[in-house]
Ligand binder design. Structure first.
Ligand SMILES: *[C@@H]1O[C@H](CO)[C@@H](O)[C@H](O)[C@H]1NC(C)=O
Ligand SMILES: *[C@@H]1O[C@H](CO)[C@@H](O)[C@H](O)[C@H]1NC(C)=O
Ligand SMILES: *[C@@H]1O[C@H](CO)[C@@H](O)[C@H](O)[C@H]1NC(C)=O
Ligand SMILES: *[C@@H]1O[C@H](CO)[C@@H](O)[C@H](O)[C@H]1NC(C)=O
Ligand SMILES: *[C@@H]1O[C@H](CO)[C@@H](O)[C@H](O)[C@H]1NC(C)=O
Ligand SMILES: *[C@@H]1O[C@H](CO)[C@@H](O)[C@H](O)[C@H]1NC(C)=O
Ligand SMILES: *[C@@H]1O[C@H](CO)[C@@H](O)[C@H](O)[C@H]1NC(C)=O
Ligand SMILES: *[C@@H]1O[C@H](CO)[C@@H](O)[C@H](O)[C@H]1NC(C)=O
Length: 608
């Protein structure tokens, strides 16, 4: 009954409305433009800067564009725009809007674009966007929105883009995006959002571009975006706490463009990235990243651009872009790089753009390729400059003339200094340090090879020190041999041989418990000549050995008593027990020493 009445009323209204429209149509051109607005014949009503505090009510029914920006409108009431059925674009940006009532936009059935940016909206009630079946773009950025509640956007089936950046979102409800079946692009600001709204995002099955600003996370969790199979572009920016991406954080994505800018990443997220084989564009600018390591980006087969501007890059490793045959743009402006070697690239022929300015570059032979290719390279208007070489201080790369080039960007082969022969004889258990120091331009890198020609690392008993020296701690007879120091730089290498002869400790082979590994521990005095005395006399050693035996036998006895009672209680009396033990020295000697100590000692005891 009531329904029928309502339908009847609505029909009446419709007829009246049509009549009114017909009347209006004839008199439309003569109808005055609302005060403080400017109207033109393209059906644009421009009320910008009109000092309006409410929406004017005598608006043209045929208006296509309504501009109400820069006014003082605070409230949009129920069905405010009901008559504007042909309106395509409504702009209410830069007002004082705090309240949008339910069905405020009802009747705007042709509307494509709705802008509410830079207002004071804190919450959007469910139903506020009812009656906008064709809306494609919604801009609610720069408001003070705190939450998106369930079904906020449920009526916007045609919506393609939501711009909601620069809000104060602290919560996005699971069903907030329900109904957005056409949404391609979403910009949100998760000001203090402490979790990625993974659940809400699963509703956006056709999303192609997602922009997140100001997330309050310090690690991006695993499977954050795993339902967004059509997502191509992901932008995460201004997250000062974001330090890491979990290994599977980007799982399920097939991106072509990834940007993580102005965050706090200290390393390139190699593992989370490696499955993105369709990635073309990668931007990690303004993160405190210090290295791009060699051979770790090779899975990104189609990568064309890497931007890492304003980071803390100290070096780009050899082979960093190996395998990336399409790689054509590298922008590493404003970092701390001293050089960039051709070895980093698969091929520099493909490289078209290189941003290398504002780095403390050392102009030597390693950068010759940049100067030689300067006709083919685009430097983005900022030519790299030399800063570390006194003679070339602040020269622009474009300033060198062909003629002076070969003489200017040069390197000097390494030369090992103090080449006196280093042959060392020491007694077992002592520590030996071999020196190796080299000069060259650029400063050579020093490495050591063991007698089997394997490189030695900065860890272990035999290790390289940061100043180029080699340290052999607790020297053992099996350390004997010739070690090689290699100093290398971009111009070549130089090497030096040193030999080590370790004299086995004379009494060691007779000691039944092989305690000599323990003797060596307190020996600390380093020396190339190795003529130190033993740090302990025989008396001390005997006492130490006796204490060792005592504690050993007391534990054996406890074991033995325990076993005795245990076997008794089980009723199966065993009359012998075999006890095997591994001396501690075999465990503590990580390097070498295996052959001597690995065999276990064992003895058999008879039980009563
Ligand atoms: C509307 O008027 C303002 C000046 O009040 C002008 O800046 C703006 O460009 C106009 N907008 C359109 C779409 O014509
Ligand atoms: C977000 O966090 C910042 C600092 O932690 C705080 O100043 C700000 O008020 C918070 N914003 C909201 C909307 O909670
Ligand atoms: C960024 O990370 C560093 C350590 O990696 C930390 O010391 C610093 O406080 C972090 N910055 C912020 C804003 O959390
Ligand atoms: C994320 O996934 C990786 C790989 O499965 C796993 O090693 C890591 O522990 C996970 N991280 C978290 C925070 O669950
Ligand atoms: C990933 O995206 C590329 C193009 O961006 C497309 O050709 C490819 O089929 C997609 N792969 C999958 C598994 O969806
Ligand atoms: C590198 O990025 C900076 C900052 O975005 C830009 O100003 C510069 O032009 C870029 N350089 C190149 C070579 O594209
Ligand atoms: C190198 O460092 C080690 C330990 O830090 C030191 O014993 C040695 O004297 C140093 N060598 C040189 C040449 O400075
Ligand atoms: C040192 O240089 C020679 C050629 O001058 C080269 O054959 C050799 O591989 C280099 N050695 C190292 C360890 O770089």
């Amino acid at each position: 009954m009531f329904e029928r009445l309502a339908v009847h009323q609505r029909l009446c209204c419709g007829v009246l409305y049509l009549l009114a429209a017909g009347v209006a149509f004839t008199s439309e051109t003569r109808r005055p433009c609302p005060q403080s607005c400017r109207c033109n014949n393209e059906l644009l009503v421009n009320c910008s800067h009109g000092q309006l505090s409410t929406v004017p009510d005598n608006l043209w029914k045929d208006a296509k564009i309504l501009n109400l920006t820069h006014n003082n409108i605070r409230t949009l009431v129920h069905q405010q725009f009901q008559t504007l059925a042909r309106l395509l674009e409504l702009d209410l940006s830069d007002n004082l809007l705090a309240i949008v009532e339910v069905e405020a936009f009802l009747g705007l059935q042709s509307l494509l674009t709705l802008r509410l940016a830079r207002n004071h909206l804190k919450i959007i009630p469910v139903g506020a966007f009812a009656g906008l079946p064709n809306l494609q773009l919604l801009d609610i950025s720069s408001n003070e929105i705190l939450v998106f509640v369930d079904f906020t956007f449920r009526d916007l089936a045609a919506l393609q883009c939501i711009k909601a950046a620069d809000n104060d979102l602290v919560f996005i409800s699971h069903q907030a995006f329900t109904g957005l079946t056409s949404l391609h692009e979403l910009h949100i600001d998760g000001c203090n959002l402490t979790a990625v709204p993974t659940e809400a995002l699963t509703q956006l099955s056709v999303l192609r571009s997602l922009h997140f600003h100001r997330l309050g996370l310090n690690a991006l969790p695993n499977y954050s975006f795993h339902h967004l199979v059509h997502l191509k572009e992901l932008v995460i920016s201004h997250c000062p706490w974001l330090e890491t991406l979990s290994g599977n954080s980007l799982f399920g994505l097939n991106l072509t463009s990834l940007t993580i800018r102005h965050c706090n990443l200290s390393a390139v997220p190699y593992i989370p990235l490696h499955h993105l084989v369709y990635l073309i564009y990668l931007d990690l600018s303004f993160n405190p990243i210090t290295y791009i390591h060699g051979n770790l980006l090779g899975d990104l087969l189609r990568l064309q651009e890497l931007h890492l501007v304003g980071g803390s890059l100290l070096s780009i490793g050899i082979g960093a872009f190996r395998g990336l045959t399409h790689f054509k743009l590298l922008n590493v402006s404003r970092n701390l790089l001293t050089t960039l070697e051709t070895g980093a690239f698969q091929s520099v022929d493909a490289l078209k753009t290189l941003g290398l300015d504002n780095n403390p570059l050392a102009c030597d032979c390693r950068l010759l390729w940049v100067v030689q290719r300067r006709q083919y390279l685009e430097f983005g208007g900022h030519s790299p400059t030399c800063t570390t070489s006194l003679q070339l201080e602040s020269w622009h790369f474009l300033d060198f003339s062909e003629v002076e080039l070969p003489g200017l960007l040069t390197c000097r082969q390494p030369q090992i200094l103090n080449r006196k022969p280093q042959g060392v004889k020491v007694d077992q258990g002592h520590t030996v340090v071999f020196y190796c120091n080299a000069e060259g331009e650029p400063l050579p890198y020093i490495s050591w090879l063991n007698p089997q020609l394997r490189p030695l690392s900065p860890t272990g008993r035999i290790r390289t020190l940061s100043n180029g020296s080699l340290e052999v701690r607790y020297a053992q007879p099996q350390d004997n041999g010739t070690y090689r120091c290699v100093a290398s730089n971009a111009a070549g290498n130089d090497s030096l041989h040193v030999s080590l002869h370790v004299q086995a400790f004379p009494s060691s082979s007779k000691n039944p418990l092989r305690l000599k590994g323990w003797f060596a521990l307190p020996s600390a005095s380093p020396g190339v000549n190795g003529n130190q005395k033993h740090p302990f006399d025989v008396k001390t050693l005997l006492i130490a050995a006796a204490i060792g035996f005592l504690s050993f036998f007391s534990s054996v006895s406890v074991c033995f008593i325990f076993m005795f009672f245990w076997s008794k209680s089980k009723g199966k009396i065993k009359h012998t027990a075999t006890i095997a033990y591994v001396p501690r020295s075999a465990v503590s000697n990580s390097n070498g020493g295996k052959g001597n100590y690995m065999e276990t000692s064992r003895f058999t005891m008879k039980l009563i």
